[in-house]
Design a protein around this ligand. Sequence first.
Ligand code: MN
Length: 161
Amino acid sequence: MTESDAEMTSLRKAGEAFRWQGVEHRPYKDADSAPFKAISRQTLFSDPRLLGELRYFEIAPGGFSTLERHEHMHAVMVLSGRGHCLVGSEIHALQPHDLVTIEPWTWHQFRAGEAPLGFLCLVNAMRDRPQLPNEEDIAALRSNASVAAFLDGRAGSAEEG
Ligand code: MN
């Protein structure tokens, strides 16, 4: 389906397992542009007449999104699975339908648990490029023991279930 077809289509049917008609299933980012693991991206809504874009991301078990910050915000709704996110210095356990707000210039990362973590993410259509942490930023983040555990993929190891 071309872009002009998509613009004329008011309904794109859901398929199996969080895939949609006419929506391209892509790698999260260009390989080597930033550290990440086992994550895919589908842009569900993107139109020059909208101020926002809605994307669906899915992180496989053991995978994670890039640790980054930027001026634009994220509004996230978890759709499936379990996992954790880092927002600033806070770690949150995630389950379906949880809502996560990521304020401007806040370090953030999502990590899947034992099941794939699927979530919607609303962003501005026009947005700045993410900034990656330098060694000093990493050291500052790691000075918090629970953040260090999260970054090492050990978030929730002390939690029940
Ligand atoms: Mn981001």
